[in-house]
Every structure is written in C-alpha cells, then in structure tokens.
Design a protein around this ligand. Structure first.
Ligand SMILES: Nc1nc2c(c(=O)[nH]1)N[C@H]1C(S)=C(S)[C@@H](COP(=O)(O)OP(=O)(O)OC[C@H]3O[C@@H](n4cnc5c(=O)[nH]c(N)nc54)[C@H](O)[C@@H]3O)O[C@H]1N2
Ligand SMILES: Nc1nc2c(c(=O)[nH]1)N[C@H]1C(S)=C(S)[C@@H](COP(=O)(O)OP(=O)(O)OC[C@H]3O[C@@H](n4cnc5c(=O)[nH]c(N)nc54)[C@H](O)[C@@H]3O)O[C@H]1N2
Ligand SMILES: [Mo]
Length: 761
C-alpha cells in the first residue's frame, strides 16, 4: 500500500501494526482481524488470545461487521460510511490537539538521540520548520540551514533541518536541540515558517468534531469515546488498516491513522506499534550468491509504463509543452510519483498508448480485469483487444482467468503444490521469518528444452532469455560470494541458491537430519537440484525446505521496553516529498499532511456532485471472503460448499425504505455498469452501504465450457456463482483518455465506495 510511504522520510519503512501481544487498546479501521488481513490465521489467533487473556480492547471501524474477532466485552464495532474514514481520524486528532492528549515531551524531540534520552525509540519531524512563504523558491520544503545562511556541520548522508529550541526560543540546527517548539508559527530571519505539527493541526482543525461526525456518519460522542480510550493507555496502543484505505480519498485516512500512535510515541515500543519482524536474505546479494546483481544488465531506463515513481515534470511531454510556451497541465493521464506497484494502471497506459506503447504485455499470476475496479468495462475491453494497442499479449497462468482470456498465448504455469516460492514475513510477526515453498508433486505440464524442464513461468523466462541473449541467464548467469560464476538453466538453479543465501544469513542453519530427510522425501531429490548449490550448502538448504522456511524462535521479540526489530526512519507529520509534487492534471500541489478531502475526479470535480446520493443512495463496501482467498481457494470443493455464493448485503432500514426484501434478486447499478445479485438483509451493514464479498461471480476461471484445440473442457458453474462488483467502477470522465478513477497522489484504485442504486429485477 503506497500511502504509508508518505509517513517516512525514507522509502520502504513500514511500521504499521499494533504489537497486539502486549497492547492495551487497538483501533482497527479498514482491516478486520479474524476475518481477513495479513496473515489471516495468525492475526486471528493472536488477537483472540490477547483479548481473552491480556484484556486487549478493540474498536473495529468498518462499514460492515464481519465474522471476526468481535468478542463481547472486549471489542466494539463502529459502523462508518465508506470512504469517509479520514473524517473519523481527523476528528480524533482534532480532539487530541484540543485536549492536549498528545505526548508533547516525545514530539519535542527532533532526533532519535533526543527521544532515546527520555525513553523512546522513534522520532518525528513534528518540530521541523516548513517554509510557508508562497513566494520563496523553497516554498513547502523544510527550512534548511542553507536557506538562512546558517553555518553548520553537515551530517554525512543526512540532511539538516531547523527547529526552534524551547530553551532559548531561537532557531537552531535540529541535532543540537533536545526539546524543540512543536507549534511554532512565525518568522525566522524574515522567512515565514511553521512546524510540521502546526501544519497537521491546522488540517485537523479545519472542521469541528461535529462536522466530521456528520461526514462519516459516526456520532461525535462515539468518536470522542474512542479518542478518550485511545489516549488512556500511554503508548500501549496501536492502529491497523489495509483494504479499507483503497478509496480515491484514502491517502489522508491511511497516513492520518498511523499518525495517531505516532503522536503518543508508540512506534517501536513494547505494546505499541511494531515494524512486523524481519526476513532472511534470499533473492538479494546474499551471503552465498549474488542474485540481485546481473553483470551486463543496463537496468530499467525511463519511466515505467504505469506512470509511477516518476515526475510528470521530468517527461518529454512536459518539457515540450513548456518549450512551446503552453501550459504543461493537464498531462494526458495522471502521473503518480508517490505511488508504486500500480499494475492496474499499466493496463490503462497500454490501451491509451501513453506514456508509450506497450509492445508485449506479459501477465503472470494476476487478474487485473477481475480484481481491478473499472477494468471490466466495454470501453476498456474493446481497446485491450486491439492489436494496434497491444500487439502481443502473453499470459502465464494456471487457469484461463478473466484476464488471460484476452491473451494471444497462455503459458501454463505450475500451481502452489508444484512450484517454488520464498515469502517474507507479513503481518503480525515480531521475529525474523522467511517461508519457503517447494514442489511436492510433479507438475502435469509437458517437459521442454535441452534441460527437459516442465513448462512453468521460470522455464518460459529462462528459455526466452537465453534465446534473446539476456544477461543473468544461461551459462554465465550469477556469481557466488567467492566470485565463481554459475549457470541458470533450470528454475532450481535459481531457487536452491536463494535458499542457500537464507541458510547463511544471521544464524547459520543446521544440516537436515536423516530422519527429516526421509520423512519429507528430501533424501531423494533430482540431480539438478543437488547440483545447483555446493555440497556444503545442500544439507542446510534441505533443512530449510523440510521446515518450510527459516524461523527465529518466537520468544525474543522484545528488547527491554522496545520491540526487537525497529524502523528508526523519521516519522513525518508533514511529508516534503508529497507536498512538493503536483497533481499532473490540475498542476496543484499535493497536500503534505492529512486533511479531509471528499472523493474527487482527477480534475477536482466532486463525485457527490456528478452522482448525488438522491440518485445513487448506496456506496459499495467490498471485503475479503472468510472462506476464499481471492481466487486461489475457489478450487477447493469443501470451501466452495460452505461459502458457495455471496450476497448484496443491506441494512434492514435501507431495505424497508427501498421496498426490498431478504432473498429477492436485485439489480445493482452504477453510472458505468450493472450487475445482479441476491439481497441479504442484515444489521451488520452501515446505513447507505452495500456489503459485497469479493471473489465471486467469475465469468471465466473454469466457470464455463471452453474449447481447447477442438476439445470441449467442461466448466464448473459453481465457480461463477454470486456477484462481482468491480465492473461497476467508474471511468474518470475528466481525464482525456480511458482511465479508471483513482486516488490522485498515489494512484490507488477506486475500490471502496462505488456509488450505486439498487432495484428489484
Ligand atoms: N479470508 C481471507 N483472508 C485474506 C485474503 C482473502 O482473500 N481471504 N486475502 C489476503 C490479501 S491479498 C489481503 S490484501 C488481505 C486484506 O486484508 P484486509 O484489509 O483485512 O481485508 P479487506 O477485506 O480488503 O478490507 C478490510 C476491511 O475493510 C473494510 N472496508 C471497505 N471499505 C471501507 C471503508 O471505506 N472504510 C473502512 N473503515 N473500512 C472499509 C471491509 O469491510 C473489510 O472488513 O487479506 C489477506 N487475507
Ligand atoms: N472489489 C474488490 N477488489 C479487490 C479486492 C477487494 O477486496 N475488493 N482486493 C484486492 C486485493 S487486496 C488483491 S491482492 C487483488 C488480487 O488480485 P490478483 O492478484 O489479480 O488476483 P488473484 O485472484 O489473487 O490471482 C490472480 C490470478 O493468478 C492466477 N494464478 C493462480 N495461481 C497461480 C499460479 O500458481 N501461477 C500463475 N502463473 N498464476 C496463478 C489465476 O488466474 C488468478 O486469477 O484484488 C484486489 N481487488
Ligand atoms: Mo491483497
């Protein structure tokens, strides 16, 4: 989730989970422990245990009450209107500022060293001064010593900022100060400045708690109750969120929520917020093999087709427009320098041939036509089919999925029992963990090539790479730590080496015992697996495979009052990175700190104005099915039978108002599309919300008969049961191209809160 990046001054530091083993109160908003989440089982187990035996209290803010860890006494479900969460969070923040319920001593520490002196293990930029003078060339940036010609000793590899020293009320280099003024607003050497926290406070106080309550549909008394509870446990509190943030105004929600525990100094504290453990080196340049360095590779040049991690202002389109004396805004499609992993955007780029044409689309283990809102839309599909847009489309898949159905070729892949995977810790782990999956059955795909390998994603990639002379494959592919060069002809040539890296990272793994080798069948592995690593490494690699990964003992995740694994990057109440980038459509700056933003199109027009509640009274809230993993479990007959279909879920007050009854078939209609489903009336759905379980209503994926090489392969209609709602997602009419409505700063899709009406069939 890209949004969290805005909370840090460095990339990839995601400290965002409550240490539920020892927390006293946790606010879950847009993630549902016990129902879904990362990882579902572990989170459920740990939360129930903490509620039962530790007295952990939970508030679950969600438009839909799920069958999760809602335990009488310990937990509270707070229904909220979809895509209004930033209002709830900012109301809590507003209350904390007004009642001075933040940790002022902690926030006054401008460096980690200062914070450590008073017993904390994180620090923030609360007191850093931001230039707020619109005419200054560094407007919206932090005030730096160079701006005021202040002499200072530079810190190698780090930047220097300015704060107001509380002891002298004078400005000073941040690392010379222990206690800084967190709310200063005024002038420094004639330059208008304000602290990061003052900027945040201004955003939070823009509306009153009553106004926020009106926006999100949660009574102000209930918001204040949560705020009081949240600030009554010192730093032993946490927040968590995930899927619920995926709305076009989800950024201030995600970042604002994480700021709440940061305002109490809870990050890296035992019972506070945890980084979520650590992983062992595997795919990287590790202790045994350099799997991340490809000799002779020129790397990626220029922007990704998905328009992410790249400034529009650095494109030739922008430069040409400026050179011609034209207004460079709007760009054709929006750019997202602060977003990443935008696979859905790659589809929109391809069909618009923007920023450049996609010559070959290769789609592997993803289903954006089903999983992305606004993609299963007649306009999009027509363009995807055109060879003038996408000349060649290759899918690598285990099934004919909704996306691979459009491919020119489908390369059959091996499934999870037949392939390799190395997965880092996700979720509520607090120790070092890396899981390993290896083929336990022979894949049914045919064998090909000189090395007689089963067709799979890797076999395809290796064979193609060798034929086009791509470095990193074939005879001289990778080096080990002694400089010896190794070949990559089979997938095991790669995966065994990655596991060897794990074996020697941190504590060296023990060799496998004879008993374990026999039990797991690892006493008899193919010759080319063995030869992929050294004789010394092999028994260690086998031991990791036998155990399903490498796991640090789960008994030492604290370091005194702190979490053992910590992220000590600066927590940003004001993000300079975000504040100094512009919306490439409007040319306006993005907001540097959270504030309430209604849902808007790319040009700033309000969704509510184009699609008013009077016409579209409901907002869709989709959520993960408890008994399905996206599409992955839809093959398991037992799970299919106990979670056969999904429903259009609605509150009884809404059903009554619209004259609808439980069990009746209804049409759900947005401005883009319509679909059908069976109505379920239940009280665990917020008023004005439609709850829909994601993962049902498939139209490919083996749900219908298909003809392969003249032979009919029978479909299984159970896979198509229920309703899919992503196709109701809107295209953005304010963009000059076919473009799915998205969050303006990060490009996050319009998944939650699609506006619909519901009527009888
Ligand atoms: N059982 C099960 N577990 C899973 C998965 C699965 O498919 N099934 N998938 C895995 C994957 S890939 C992921 S990313 C995680 C996701 O884990 P979660 O993020 O926990 O799951 P989601 O269902 O995406 O969203 C969480 C909650 O957000 C709520 N929500 C939707 N819109 C809004 C909103 O506007 N505001 C608020 N406050 N809440 C909203 C939904 O009702 C849902 O309860 O789960 C993983 N675990
Ligand atoms: N409305 C709504 N939309 C959502 C969500 C939601 O909660 N609500 N959740 C979102 C989330 S969090 C996620 S992660 C995405 C998931 O989106 P995707 O990752 O796109 O979907 P999946 O169903 O997990 O898997 C994608 C495809 O991989 C293929 N596949 C399965 N196993 C294998 C394999 O072993 N090898 C290969 N090569 N292919 C395989 C199947 O064709 C499958 O359809 O959906 C997102 N979309
Ligand atoms: Mo996901």
């Amino acid at each position: 989730m890209p949004a969290w990046q805005a909370l840090y001054d460095k990339k990839g530091q995601f400290t965002h989970r409550p240490d539920i083993n020892d927390a006293e109160f946790a606010l879950y908003q847009g993630v549902y422990p016990g129902h879904s989440g990362m990882g579902y089982q572990g989170l459920a187990r740990k939360t129930v245990k903490a509620v039962k035996s530790n007295g952990l209290k939970l508030a679950l803010v969600d438009p839909v009450m799920q069958g999760g860890t809602d335990i009488p006494g310990g937990t509270k479900w707070i229904p909220i209107k979809p895509a209004t969460d930033a209002a709830f969070v900012l109301a809590i923040m507003n209350w904390m500022f007004e009642n001075e319920k933040y940790n002022g001593d902690f926030l006054a520490c401008p460096t980690l060293e200062a914070a450590v002196k008073i017993g904390y293990k994180s620090f923030t930029n609360a007191a850093y001064l931001v230039i707020v003078d619109e005419k200054h060339p560094n407007y919206r940036k932090f005030l730096r010593p160079e701006d005021i010609k202040l002499e200072f000793e530079p810190i190698e590899g780090e930047e220097s900022f300015i704060v107001i020293d509380k002891a002298t009320n004078k400005h000073e280099i941040f690392n010379k100060v222990d206690t800084a003024d967190i709310f200063f607003e005024g002038e420094v050497e004639g330059l208008k400045v304000a602290t990061a926290l003052a900027m945040l406070k201004k955003g939070a106080n823009k509306y009153s708690i009553e106004e926020y309550a009106e926006i999100c549909g949660v009574p102000s008394s209930q918001i204040i109750d949560v705020a009081k509870e949240f600030t009554s446990h010192g730093y032993k509190v946490g927040v968590d969120t995930l899927g619920g943030t995926v709305a076009i105004n989800g950024l201030p929600f995600a970042v604002g929520l994480l700021m709440l525990p940061a305002m109490l100094g809870a990050f890296n504290m035992k019972g506070g917020m945890t980084l979520g453990g650590a992983t062992y080196k595997a795919h990287s340049d590790g202790p045994r093999y350099n799997l991340n360095t490809v000799e002779g590779s020129s790397g990626l040049k220029g922007p990704r087709i998905s328009r992410e991690q790249f400034l529009y202002e650095n494109t030739t389109e922008y430069k040409n427009k400026v050179a011609q004396g034209k207004n460079p805004y709007p760009s054709k499609l929006p750019w997202h320098p602060n977003g990443f992993n935008l696979d859905g955007h790659a589809i929109f780029s391809a069909i618009n041939k923007y920023p450049y044409q996609c010559k070959i689309l290769v789609n592997c283990a993803a289903n954006p036509i089903y999983g992305g809102p606004s993609t299963f839309n007649e306009k999009v599909l027509t363009e995807i089919k055109k060879t003038s847009n996408i000349p060649l489309f290759i899918a690598i898949d285990t099934v004919v999925g909704e996306t691979s159905a459009f491919a020119d070729y489908i390369i059959p892949d091996t499934n999870f029992n037949e392939h390799w995977a190395i997965l880092g810790a996700r979720g509520n782990h607090t120790t070092r963990i890396t899981g390993v999956r290896w083929p336990v059955v022979e894949p049914p795909t045919p064998k090909v090539g000189e090395y007689e390998q089963h067709i799979s994603m890797e076999t395809y990639m290796i064979e193609v790479a060798k034929r086009i002379g791509m470095p990193g494959f074939g005879d001289n592919a990778v080096t080990d730590s002694n400089g010896k060069v190794w070949p990559i002809h089979t997938r095991e040539d790669y995966w065994m080496k990655a596991i060897a890296n794990m074996a020697y990272d941190e504590e060296t793994t023990l060799p496998i015992t004879d008993k374990d080798a026999k039990l797991t069948g690892l006493d008899n592995i193919p010759k080319h697996w063995k030869e992929a690593v050294t004789a010394e490494e092999l028994p260690l690699v086998k031991n990791i495979m036998a155990k399903g990964g490498k796991f640090e003992p789960d008994n030492s995740y604290y370091d005194g009052d702190f979490m053992k694994y910590k992220s000590t990057a600066c927590i940003c109440f004001y993000s300079e990175n975000t504040a100094t980038t512009r919306n490439s459509i409007t040319g306006k700056y993005h907001e540097g700190s959270p504030m309430w933003l209604p849902e808007m199109f790319a040009n700033g027009d309000l969704i509510d104005e184009m699609f008013p509640e009077s016409e579209y009274p409901f907002r869709i809230c989709s959520y993960k099915p408890k008994l399905r993993g996206l599409s992955m479990m839809s093959n398991a007959p037992t799970l299919q039978n106990i979670g056969r279909t999904n429903f259009i879920e609605m509150n009884s007050l809404d059903a009554k108002e619209h004259g609808l009854t439980d069990g009746q078939e209804v049409i759900v209609e947005s401005a883009a599309n319509q679909t059908k489903g069976v109505l379920k009336v239940r009280e665990g759905v917020a008023k004005g919300t439609i709850g829909v379980c994601f993962g049902y209503g498939k139209w490919e994926y083996g749900s219908k008969d298909i003809i392969i090489d003249g032979e009919t392969v029978a479909g299984d209609p159970i896979r198509g049961e229920g309703t899919a709602t992503n196709q109701l997602g809107l295209l953005d009419p304010t963009v000059d191209g076919i473009y799915g409505l998205s969050e303006a700063t990060t490009g996050s899709p319009n998944r939650n809160s699609i506006r619909v009406k519901v009527k009888p069939v």
